[in-house]
Structures are given as C-alpha cells and as structure tokens.
Ligand binder design. Structure first.
Ligand SMILES: *[C@@H]1O[C@H](CO)[C@@H](O)[C@H](O)[C@H]1NC(C)=O
Ligand SMILES: *[C@@H]1O[C@H](CO)[C@@H](O)[C@H](O)[C@H]1NC(C)=O
Ligand SMILES: *[C@@H]1O[C@H](CO)[C@@H](O)[C@H](O)[C@H]1NC(C)=O
Length: 291
C-alpha cells in the first residue's frame, strides 16, 4: 500500500521532469548575451536598403510604459549612413542555442511600408555544413509591409543556388490570422525526428500549450556538401543555431509586393519590441549562457 501511495505522488513529478524545462530566460536587463551586428544591407544577399548599426539609435533597452517590463528595442530610422538612407537594428546571440528544445520569443512586430521584420535562427558563430542554405536556416516569423500574414520556414539543401525550403514558397503562411497591434509569442519546437512551429504558446508544467502548425519530419530536410553528397543523419538541423532578431528595410521580397517600397520613410521610426527569449530542453542541461 505505501508503495502505491508513493507512486501516486511521484508520477506527476516524473512526468514534469520528462517535459520541457526552462534553460534560458533572456529578459533584457542587459545586452551582454547579444552581438549587435554592423552590416550594410548589400551584404544580406537580399538587396536590403538599411545599414545595421550598433548605435543606440537602432538597438537599445527600454521598459514597457504600462507593465514596466524590460524590452529590447530594434529601431529602423530614415537616417543617412555610409551611403544608405536607412539604419536599423539586427542582433544575434553570442552563443549558439540548441540543438533541440523549444524556443519562444515574445515580441511586438512592426508592420508597414518597406518593413521586413524577422525572428530567425542561423548558425552564425559555428558553421558545420557550409554556405547558405547547406548550413540551414530556421525562420520562426517573418512578415513584409502590410501583409496580414506571418511566415515560418526551414531553409536547407545545397549551397545557393541549390538550396530549397519547406514549407515551399507560398505554403509557409501561418494558418491563423495575426493581430499585428498585439504582442505575440513566436515559437519553434525542435526535436530529433521532427520540428514544428507554435503561435502564442507557453510552457505549462513542462508541456507546450498554444497553436502548433507545420510539423516537419526530419526525413524532409537534408544538407549536401559542395560535391552534392548528403551529410548523414539529420543535418543541418542537428547542431546549434544562433537566434537572430532584426528589422530589414526594403529588399527583394518586400519590394516585390506592389506599392510596398513607396513612401517607406513615412513608416519611420519603426520598432520591434522584444520582451523575452526563452529556451527549454526536454532533459536538464546546463543553462545557457553559463554564469
Ligand atoms: C538612397 O536614396 C537615393 C535617392 O532615392 C537612391 O538613389 C539611392 O540608391 C539610395 N541608396 C541606397 C543604398 O539604397
Ligand atoms: C517521419 O517519417 C518516417 C518515414 O516516413 C516515419 O517512419 C516516421 O514515423 C516519421 N516521424 C514522425 C515524427 O512523424
Ligand atoms: C549545384 O548542383 C549542381 C548539380 O548537382 C552542381 O553541379 C553544382 O556544383 C552545385 N552548386 C553548388 C554551389 O553547390
């Protein structure tokens, strides 16, 4: 009898231990965990119009006037800089995150002419599989201009132009409508055999709760070397990636939308407000970053 009682008491705790545990909660008391990218838009490969700077005009910490919560603010400005007409902010984690686990970012995302805000992951500081997109890219959220939709995508395959993506272009639209006036949680669940995206999710007692979509089996992705030979296993999504947050201005995608790249200066300043970045792992591991 006592053993049954003990089991009954222990089972919930065991279930929680096998679920998702918070391993890193970035609440932006500092920018210590981030690199402030300095990069001309031409280097993006997307023909972007902004110059990313590490100026406090473009990347700064603030507090939400209502809740008092810390925020990272990325701000695009109509500001001349080294031959560019716009400046903006782009940051990435100093260390890679993962592989695997659950990644959730709470942000209010700007919407408007010429804007291309993104929450995404790329192996910036440790590249195992070569140039894009053999190295892989995970887009948790992108949107352009006044497009009501958000997009989530995995990019992989060979190096450009042998890259591919899933869901394929045109099918990577979030399957729910987005109220862009509100702050949302943008999530990515990364497992050994599949990944999926989450909208407005949170982890409750180790379980992810929210709206999930685009479950992608690991058999659907691959990475090839410069000879076109596939790497074994589940490359490229079997190594850590850096988290990237930015607001692009202009570029091939937004400027392919009729009218999107006109009167762009009227949208400035444009801000992305990031309240937190959380990482979870299914088994206890040392928290990132270690300090
Ligand atoms: C800046 O604006 C001028 C005038 O519209 C344009 O000619 C130039 O190409 C722009 N520069 C960049 C880098 O986009
Ligand atoms: C992925 O696809 C393989 C091959 O079709 C299948 O055996 C496996 O069960 C799938 N995994 C998931 C998580 O759906
Ligand atoms: C792309 O694939 C073709 C055909 O397999 C190959 O000849 C070419 O070298 C590849 N290019 C890159 C950049 O990997």
């Amino acid at each position: 009898m006592p053993s049954v009682l003990v089991l009954g008491l222990l089972l919930p705790a065991l279930a929680a231990a096998s679920g998702y545990q918070l391993t890193w909660s970035e609440t932006f008391e500092s920018l210590d965990n981030w690199v402030l990218d300095v990069e001309p838009g031409m280097d993006s490969g997307n023909n972007e119009w902004e110059y990313y700077t590490d100026s406090s005009d473009n990347v700064f910490l603030s507090t939400d006037p209502v809740s008092g919560a810390n925020m990272l603010v990325l701000q695009a400005l109509a500001q001349e800089h080294l031959g560019y007409n716009y400046t903006s902010g782009k940051v990435y984690t100093k260390e890679v995150l993962g592989p695997y686990g659950f990644y959730n970012v709470r942000a209010k995302v700007p919407h408007g002419l010429g804007l291309w805000p993104a929450i995404w992951m790329l192996p910036v500081t440790e590249n195992h599989y070569g140039t894009w997109a053999a190295c892989g890219e995970i887009d948790l959220m992108e949107t352009v201009c006044y497009d009501p939709n958000a997009y989530a995508t995995l990019h992989f395959g060979g190096s450009w132009p042998n890259n591919t993506q899933t869901p394929s272009n045109g099918h990577n639209t979030f399957p729910m409508s987005i109220n862009w006036d509100e702050t949302h949680n943008w999530g990515f669940e990364w497992d050994l055999d599949h990944v999926q995206f989450w909208f407005d999710a949170e982890v409750v007692d180790g379980e992810i709760q929210g709206q999930n979509f685009f479950s992608i089996n690991s058999t659907e992705w691959y990475s090839t070397n410069s000879q076109g030979i596939r790497y074994p296993g589940t490359a490229p999504f079997d190594v850590g990636f850096n988290m990237i947050l930015n607001i692009a201005v202009g570029g091939w995608w937004p400027c392919s939308v009729a009218g999107c790249c006109e009167n762009v200066e009227s949208q400035m300043p444009a801000q992305m407000l990031v309240y937190w970045v959380q990482t979870y792992q299914q088994t206890p591991i040392p928290s990132f970053p270690s300090h």
